[in-house]
Design a protein around this ligand. Structure first.
Ligand code: 5GP
Ligand code: ZN
Length: 112
């Protein structure tokens, strides 16, 4: 998707603070964190929303979810974390390339 910001990140056309990458998945720090640690796990293939997923995406979705605890621990969230998938306009989704928010650790560090 040429006009998708997360596809541009996957393609290396936009920078990101990379947390993890493999052949299927990319994880990177959210540009506007709402916790001390806040990163996104996305598939490399463009899927707009959770509502667009089919049984064909079962393995990919499972991989994304199973990465959450592993990467959260690597980012220092030893005592737990939150996950969030916003779906559709009514669900507060702003970027229409499916992503799992993983966050925790209290307030973000002031960036002023
Ligand atoms: P949504 O509301 O769609 O679930 O969340 C989209 C998230 O993507 C937001 O938390 C927003 O801060 C983050 N975001 C939007 N554009 C960029 C970007 O260019 N780079 C990074 N790293 N995060 C982004
Ligand atoms: Zn995309």
């Amino acid at each position: 998707m040429s006009d998708c910001i997360f596809c541009k990140i996957v393609a290396g056309q936009l920078p990101c603070g990379k947390v993890y990458e493999d052949e299927d998945v990319l994880a990177f720090h959210d540009i506007h964190p709402f916790a001390r640690v806040h990163f996104l796990i996305i598939p490399k293939q463009h899927i707009a929303t959770l509502d667009d997923c089919t049984p064909a995406h079962e393995k990919l979705l499972g991989k994304m979810l199973l990465l959450a605890p592993r990467l959260a621990k690597e980012q220092g969230l030893d005592s737990g974390f939150k996950t969030l998938i916003n779906t559709g306009r009514g669900g507060g989704q702003e970027v229409f390339h499916i992503h799992v928010h993983v966050f925790g650790g209290g307030d973000p560090v002031s960036r002023s």
